[in-house]
Design a protein. Sequence first.
Length: 169
Amino acid sequence: MLQPLCSAFLEKIHEEIERSTHLLDLLPALPLEWTPPIPDARPVGWLIGHLLECLAGFCAVLYTVRPRELAHFERLKALPVNHLCGVEEARGRIADYAACIDEGDGAAAGLRSRPARPTLFVPEGELLLTLLLGNLEHLINHKYQLLIYLKLAGVAAGTRDVYQFRGER
């Protein structure tokens, strides 16, 4: 059974996944190459593919906790991220990543483990909680980027599309 803090963290990850998927559902039929009129903006298809990388990051962290038990997570490395990705492909992949996050005990595995894990950016290692929080921040930032893209594409999206109001569940 997950501890209350671990359960709350896992719930927050799923909330961000749900809201990101909701925003994807609001996307009009834009070509994957559509780029908003912002200097140095990436195409909408790339942003969708980058959301997949955000979720893959959670799975990568959880894999480091129990690599033998989660050896099948290795298959995720072969899946493309940061590519021009359509909404239909993303929906299936997001569901797959969410299932893997649950299977890895979500945030609970990282919150209970203290040892630092080496990363691409910090070879001497970072605490698992730091890595999980970093992945959550990464996902939230790109979820908001998707909201901006929607607004620039003429979609009437706003606060209620980005946040889950807990009192209204």
